[in-house]
Write a protein that binds this ligand. Structure first.
Ligand SMILES: *[C@@H]1O[C@H](CO)[C@@H](O)[C@H](O)[C@H]1NC(C)=O
Ligand SMILES: *[C@@H]1O[C@H](CO)[C@@H](O)[C@H](O)[C@H]1NC(C)=O
Ligand SMILES: *[C@@H]1O[C@H](CO)[C@@H](O)[C@H](O)[C@H]1NC(C)=O
Ligand SMILES: *[C@@H]1O[C@H](CO)[C@@H](O)[C@H](O)[C@H]1NC(C)=O
Ligand SMILES: *[C@@H]1O[C@H](CO)[C@@H](O)[C@H](O)[C@H]1NC(C)=O
Length: 577
């Protein structure tokens, strides 16, 4: 085939027609004998033809060559590989050099080449007799030019694109690799795995290194790469033959740089935020976890349960440890965690390796284990000489809520006061502390950290804000039921009062409800205890209640995502409070 025979310029007009209009115009000379001129029949032309062969292009094609009598003298199919050559550079018989011009990939042509444009009067010994007219059935498979560059065609771009791929970024993408004729040679979908790689530093073929630059997460583009920017003359030795152009249909899923730190976005900080979380705080928060492409991997909302942990102490992935600092109660923020501060190259559960994690977080509350009860007095009557103390019988109104404002209970709703003898374990320690030194008529807000409230098994691990109103008149000074011996049981008269108030596990108290007993802390409620009292009747803080902690765990099998491997430390740590 490489015998350059008579070369004659192609009929210029006809060729021009082919290039410009793509019409199936047979190229015929002026001679009367059809077999003395080149004849081209465009058997099938693909609907899409982004590019047609021009002289100087490199082509890969299949062909069957036969003589006038139908005898087949050669076929690329017999060799199981395409025929590859530059067009119009004398590498082919000149009939073929001309016949290929204007052809599209996937186009099929029947070509009749007269001897003068083929092997002339000499022929090819043992193969093609002298003065043979040759018939070729040609199928174009590939087409490129040495001037080609990587071609990028973006066919989908997401509305928001805060960042695009730069040199040395690490990306994860889905990709279908085909040849120009559409034959698939590789697909991340078939591998059931994304391609994960650095860009622009030689991990990829040069065409892909260039083709991925500037891409957004969620963008889809087709990257067409000539072989000299792909696998070159040799191919990859397996699926990709030599001199093959490659077409990659790419969807970018993930993008980060190893130098990235976490980023905080979409912050919504409530007004009047007085305190910000710091390392060592115990925080309860809700979160939605998604990957950069928006696919969710975990959500505390779905479990209907906050995620609770110490912050900044290594109980959760480093990115969250950093991202949760400096937050206010009620604050929302998005924390974007690069994989090296998340689950690394390994991933975890349904989080793929090298994945950037996006956490939309809302803080429910936090406290520090060293916190004590915080009392703010709103109103104190002018005459405040008699103050409540241990052993006093108090009647008071309260609204109890979580720090995010969720109302837990209110005597105002019940329409009656709560009654208690101070210092006898009738209420949790924090409430007891909050009711001390009050005068009748005083109003105060008491913020109770969980270790002085309902502990880990409490109404979840909530900080409770207690609004007390020591009732004016209901317990007039001098009529406070003072029990004579604080370490003994209340006096019979008191007890009577108290029993009628139903404060010791009676029905009345159970109705009064949530306040002194954790909803859901059934075990303890059954024992009629809402606070631990030691032998002398002194209330004890609720230390890590094993049962409660067990109860407190999310339902089995649910992946709690961001504790780091070995996250048991979180629970162990829980017993510190
Ligand atoms: C690749 O092929 C699969 C299966 O045909 C298709 O779902 C996907 O959208 C294609 N494109 C990319 C970029 O993965
Ligand atoms: C989640 O909690 C809400 C309100 O407490 C409740 O209505 C809902 O049924 C709970 N969902 C699940 C799945 O437990
Ligand atoms: C998490 O997703 C749920 C459901 O889509 C939504 O109601 C909630 O506001 C989201 N939370 C955050 C912090 O974005
Ligand atoms: C107690 O609460 C008040 C008002 O909420 C706040 O200003 C103060 O800093 C708190 N004190 C402590 C020790 O947390
Ligand atoms: C409790 O809430 C009710 C209504 O929600 C309000 O009228 C009352 O003043 C509140 N009491 C205190 C002590 O804050």
């Amino acid at each position: 085939m490489a015998l350059p025979a008579l070369r004659r310029p192609p009929p210029a007009l006809a060729l021009l027609l082919l290039w410009v209009t793509g019409q199936a115009a047979p190229v015929a000379g002026l001679g009367l004998d059809p077999e003395s001129e080149l004849h081209i029949e465009r058997r099938s032309v693909p609907t899409e033809c982004p590019r047609a062969v021009r002289p100087g292009d490199f082509v890969r094609y299949h062909y069957v060559g036969s003589l006038r009598d139908g005898r087949r003298f050669d076929a690329s199919y017999d060799r199981d590989s395409t025929f590859n050559a530059f067009v119009g550079k004398g590498q082919l018989i000149s009939g073929m050099d001309q016949a290929l011009v204007g052809m599209c990939v996937n186009e099929r042509r029947f070509v009749t080449i007269p001897p003068k444009l083929a092997y002339g009067s000499e022929g090819v010994a043992g193969m093609i007799p002298p003065d043979s007219v040759l018939h070729f059935d040609v199928l174009l498979v590939d087409l490129w030019s040495p001037e080609d560059q990587v071609q990028i065609h973006t066919y989908f771009k997401p509305a928001s694109c805060p960042r695009t791929v730069q040199v040395s970024d690490f990306v994860r993408y889905h990709c279908n690799g085909t040849f120009l004729d559409g034959t698939l040679f590789d697909s991340s979908h078939n591998r059931m795995k994304t391609y994960d790689t650095y860009v622009g530093i030689g991990w990829l073929i040069p065409g892909m290194d260039a083709g991925l630059l500037g891409m957004c997460v969620g963008e889809r583009r087709v990257i067409t790469i000539p072989p000299f920017l792909a696998y070159g003359e040799a191919g990859d030795g397996k699926d990709i033959p030599g001199q093959a152009s490659l077409v990659f249909d790419v969807l970018l899923l993930d993008l980060h740089n190893p130098k990235d730190s976490i980023s905080v976005e979409n912050q919504v900080v409530p007004e009047g935020c007085e305190r910000r979380s710091r390392s060592g705080d115990f925080m309860r928060y809700h979160y939605n976890g998604t990957l950069l492409d928006g696919s969710p991997f975990d959500s505390s909302y779905r479990r209907n349960r906050t995620f609770d942990t110490y912050v900044g102490q290594g109980y959760v992935i480093p990115g969250m440890d950093q991202g949760l600092l400096g937050m206010c109660i009620g604050e929302r923020r998005r924390i974007v965690v690069p994989p090296h501060l998340g689950y690394g190259e390994e991933g975890r559960g349904n989080i793929p390796g090298s994945a950037v994690l996006v956490f939309d977080v809302q803080v429910v509350d936090f406290h520090n284990p060293s916190d004590s009860v915080n009392i703010t007095s709103h109103y104190r009557p002018p005459d405040c000489s008699v103050r409540s103390q241990k052993g006093d019988f108090l009647k008071y109104h309260y609204n109890a809520s979580l720090l995010d404002g969720t109302l837990l209970a209110s005597t105002w709703n019940l329409g009656k006061t709560h009654n208690v003898v101070l210092g006898f374990g009738q209420v949790v320690l924090g409430v007891d502390m909050g009711l001390r030194e009050m005068c009748v008529g005083e109003r105060r807000t008491v913020v109770i950290p969980p270790h002085l409230g309902y502990g880990e098994a409490g109404v979840e691990i909530a900080l409770v804000s207690w609004k007390n109103w020591l009732l004016h008149g209901a317990v007039a000074a001098g009529h406070l039921a003072v029990c004579p011996d604080p370490s003994a049981a209340p006096s019979p008269c008191c007890c009577l009062d108290l029993r009628s108030a139903g404060f010791r596990g009676g029905a009345g108290q159970r109705r009064a409800g949530v306040r002194h007993r954790a909803a859901g802390a059934g075990g303890r409620a059954a024992r009629g205890l809402h606070v631990r009292v030691d032998r002398r009747g002194v209330p004890q803080p609720l230390r890590g209640d094993r049962q409660g902690r067990r109860r407190g765990r999310p339902p089995g099998g649910v992946l709690r995502v961001h504790p780091r491997p070995g996250g048991q430390r979180q629970r162990e740590a829980g017993s510190r409070i």
